[in-house]
Every structure is written in C-alpha cells, then in structure tokens.
Write a protein that binds this ligand. Structure first.
Ligand code: XMP
Ligand code: MG
Length: 183
C-alpha cells in the first residue's frame, strides 16, 4: 500500500507486531498488581496503543490527550500546545504515557512536566519509535519499540500531512514526496 512513496520499509507489519507483543509482556510484568492509566497522545499513538493494550493483561484504564508541534511540515516548530486535555484525574495513579515517536523531545518533555505537576503515583513513557540523534531535551522513554536513524518515517499511526497513518508497516518517506509539496 502506497509503497511507491517509500524510500525504504524499516519495519514490516510482522516485525512491528512482534515487537509490540514483547513490549506488552514487559508492561504486564512491570505493572503486576497495579491498574495503570494508559494515556495516548493523539493522533499518532492510536494504532500503536490499540495494538499494545489489547495484549497487556492488566485491569487498565485509557485516556487521551492531544498536543501539537509539527503542523504540516517535517520539522518541529519547538512550541507545544495542549489541544485536548485528559478526562481523568491522574493524582495518585500509575500513568503510562504512550506516544508514536520520541524525536527532539520537545513535545514529550513539556507533557511529562505538565503531568508530573498533577501528582501521579508514577509516570512512565512508552514509545513505538525513538530517534535519539535528534534529541534536544534530556528525556528518555522507559519502553522503546525500535530505535531509528534520523529520517522522516510514516505508518502505524505516524503521518506526513495527515497521510500514511494507516500503513501497516513503518517506512521512510521518499524526500521527493515532501520536497515537491513544500519547496
Ligand atoms: P518532538 O520533536 O517534540 O516530536 O519529540 C514528537 C512528535 O513529532 C512527530 N514526529 C514525526 N512524525 N514522522 C512522523 O510522522 C517522523 O519521523 C516524526 N518525527 C517526529 C510526532 O508526531 C511526534 O509526536
Ligand atoms: Mg505525535
């Protein structure tokens, strides 16, 4: 699907599924006896989160929030706005924040600081992808699906200009796709 727009397929559907299964096992083990609140950051996390939580064997609750930093481009603006806040009160709860990708860390360090201020019992971060080469903030994820090089990737929830989120694999987008649209 839309493979002509891909420079390279980084992780196949089967590889992604296999890794998410492992992450779910680890989370099930680490939170044994607890009932975490799993918080997805919209929109990018929704496919990863759905695949993950269906394999976590815990009595968990779900909530969502939304922040923005990228707009239509492929370069972070450096500013983060909370567009949609949680419905749940997280004070005293074990919160697992789920995001598609940890890139510069701008978005997540802002969100983590905001959530920490609300007094959760614990706060951990789970990302499908980690792009450590681009990090500008001192933040690490507790659970990482795959560490990737500095390339713009799409699929499994990740978009370019709201497209490609539904790709069942993770691919590097051909630069010609965005160069032709954002000269
Ligand atoms: P920062 O830089 O704040 O960015 O850590 C995190 C957010 O940026 C988006 N992002 C990407 N989206 N392909 C995408 O489709 C990428 O390679 C990529 N890198 C960063 C993503 O929405 C994430 O939440
Ligand atoms: Mg995102």
């Amino acid at each position: 699907m839309m493979e002509q727009d891909m420079e390279q397929i980084l992780f196949t559907q089967a590889q992604v599924a296999g890794r998410i299964r492992e992450m779910a096992r680890e989370i099930t083990r680490d939170y044994a006896g607890k009932a975490p609140l799993v918080v997805g950051i919209l929109r990018g996390s929704f496919i990863f989160m759905a695949d993950l939580v269906r394999q976590v064997e815990l009595p968990l609750c779900l909530d969502f929030m939304s922040a923005s930093s990228y707009g239509a481009g492929t370069v972070s603006s450096g500013k983060v706005n909370i567009r949609l806040d949680l419905q749940e009160d997280i004070a005293g709860r074990d919160v697992l924040l789920v995001e598609d990708i940890l890139d510069t860390g701008n978005t997540l360090s802002k969100l983590v600081a905001e959530l920490q201020a609300r007094g959760p019992a614990s706060l951990k971060l789970c990302v499908l992808l980690d792009k450590p080469d681009r990090r500008t903030k001192p933040i690490q994820a507790d659970y990482v699906g795959f560490t990737i090089p500095d390339a713009f990737v799409v699929g499994c929830g990740l978009d370019y200009d709201q497209r490609y989120r539904n790709l069942p694999y993770i691919g590097i987008l051909k630069p010609s796709v965005y160069e032709s649209e954002n000269p």
